[in-house]
Design a protein around this ligand. Sequence first.
Ligand code: ACO
Length: 328
Amino acid sequence: MTRRSKILGCGSYLPERVVTNAELTKTVDTSDEWIVERSGIRQRHIASDGQFTSDLALKAAERALEHASIKAENVDMVIVATTTPDNTFPATATKVQHNLGMTTGAAFDIQAVCSGFVFALSVADNMIKGGQADTIVVIGAETFSRILDWEDRGTCVLFGDGAGAVVLQASPDDVPNEDTITAQGILSTHIHSNGSSRDLLYVDGGPSSTQTVGHVRMVGREVFRHAVTNLANIVGETLDAHGLHSDDIDWLVPHQANKRILDSTARKLGISADRVVVTVDRHANTSAASIPLALDEAVKDGRIKRGDLVLMEAMGGGLTWGSGLVRW
Ligand code: ACO
């Protein structure tokens, strides 16, 4: 029997400490006006000393499991999308698995930077469809503040820390073909990479190259240009795969890189601002965590309701980009 992945619940966690643009101006040569005008960001959450990516991921996963009414002992896979793992190895997901109290199943990390959550969702959906897992926790978690060069004002003002998670579960795909678009669950995922543009956004270190962690480096204008094009293309590809029009989408939940990228993508696609979930003003860019954080906010405040058609899209270093279309 064919199977479909349903999203049973979601959860998220933001570190307590909020750093406003005004506070940043005390240590960085910048201004609230510049940051708001260029990015839409007003504040970000920063993890405390000793608080790791796995700690953020664990809290988000626990909240998602509670929302889904699923016990950790019934989960058979934990996937963490992150660029800021606690250690080079083992996978951060193994620590989350252990801290959830799980003694069986599989846990591993996925690295696709800001596209990490949609890549992880794609892997999880295909694991469920292939029958390799029944219940999967997919987490996007980052302590991006740890890889920022706080002397590079072109990057350090743009990012923040946080985590978000969803719980997927297999259900029988017994819906007649003509009705698949109305059936609850993940309708499709789409992922792409282009390594020729990897120098536009990268970290200048790593175990094999420098034996250091390194810092984020970015050619901002070029990344902006690629983001608007790739994101419009991935949305088009997703809609075409189902014969849909942008009017059919109830909610766009984009990766929260920059308000200007969000606005340009929505404008290009003819999606009105009131159907776009925006958190970048309060969370900044939390990389792989940004989509599940935004999703959780819109689900919990009642904007996204059961039966809504939700489109998630992201682009990040690699370059990588992708989407996930879900009937909530
Ligand atoms: N505060 C004040 N001035 C600054 C700052 C800052 N924080 N950062 C840069 N500047 C200055 C520069 O030094 C430059 O000054 P100059 O003209 O005297 O040389 C001026 O502002 C313009 O710099 P640019 O880099 O050309 O500014 P731009 O208009 O391109 O905006 C930005 C920069 C916001 C990074 C923009 O390129 C952008 O949004 N890019 C997209 C990148 C992005 O969102 N990346 C996130 C990760 S990728 C992803 O998630 C999709």
